[in-house]
Write a protein that binds this ligand. Structure first.
Ligand SMILES: [Zn+2]
Length: 90
């Protein structure tokens, strides 16, 4: 297992979007990094973009865990408050 500083570094360097190429028609598709499936705008074929095994093996799975942990209502409000602090600290 990677150490925490390595995981943080990987998250900081993770691009928000990436491009994939449709396996059927070769159209270039822009996809958000957390997206599990993307549908080709040209031919309508759906592609799986993430492995999503039973055990989290991608850095995106770490982000999913954090998003899940952030909860709803009061819990989520507290997370958003912290997020604003982080973003305003630059
Ligand atoms: Zn296509």
């Amino acid at each position: 297992m990677a150490d925490i500083s390595q995981i943080i570094s990987e998250i900081e360097q993770l691009p928000h979007f990436r491009t994939a190429r449709c396996q059927k028609c070769s159209t270039e598709i822009r996809v958000h990094t957390l997206e599990i499936y993307v549908t080709c705008q040209q031919c309508g074929v759906q592609h799986k973009c993430r492995s999503l095994g039973a055990a989290g093996t991608e850095i995106q799975d770490v982000i999913d865990a954090v998003l899940s942990w952030s909860g709803r209502g009061e819990e989520f409000d507290a997370v958003m408050k912290r997020r604003e602090q982080i973003l305003s600290d630059g």
